[in-house]
Write a protein that binds this ligand. Structure first.
Ligand code: HEM
Length: 147
């Protein structure tokens, strides 16, 4: 289960673009420690690719999928892994979500042979920092029911 957990964490790192969706500053003007301010009502876009694909935060070759990259559970937010947010407002449903992903993978691996159809595969297309959100990659995945 540790390896499945690491695999899920790396998969989520590659698909954290949902965090790029704009969020408004809902309270009064927010001031960062360095003095930078966000006025009330201003929509904020987070350039998540700067975080998810940072070598400093995620180790060597951050653009490559490495299922052995992580040494902490997928439910643990850290500076390079913000899919569930962070701090006291971190997603409380993350334990449930990761458990469901594991149960789903367990059933799929038990019942199907899976192979990728990489011929004519199209990579994700980048549109600003909305990584692949607007034009997701198109690589076929074939599920064959195992006997
Ligand atoms: C892969 C699945 C999920 C992802 C990626 C996700 C992501 C997030 C993120 C980014 C936040 C905002 C954290 C912040 O503002 O710092 C959040 C908040 C929240 N999530 Fe999730 N979530 C997932 C599944 C779930 C599930 C399954 C539940 C409930 C069963 C849930 C319940 C909540 C709640 C109640 C909050 C608000 C927490 C607060 O504001 O204090 N989430 N989630």
């Amino acid at each position: 289960m540790v390896k499945v957990d690491m695999f899920i964490k790396e998969s989520l790192r590659f698909n954290s673009n949902v965090l790029s969706l704009p969020r408004p500053c809902v309270r009064e003007t927010y001031t960062f420690a360095n003095g930078f301010q966000i006025p009330y009502g201003r929509p904020v876009f987070l350039d998540i690719s700067e975080i998810s694909f940072s070598e400093e935060l995620n180790g060597q070759n951050p653009q490559e999928f490495d299922a052995h990259r992580h040494n902490s559970p997928a439910t643990k937010p850290d500076n390079g892994f913000l899919i569930f947010g962070s701090g006291i407002r971190a997603c409380p449903g993350r334990f449930f979500a990761i458990l469901l992903a594991k149960i789903f993978l367990y059933h799929v691996l038990l019942n199907y042979n899976i192979k990728a159809e990489l011929e004519n595969a199209k990579h994700k297309q980048y549109a600003g920092f909305f990584i692949g959100l607007l034009k997701p990659g198109k690589a076929g995945i074939v599920f064959e029911k195992s006997a």
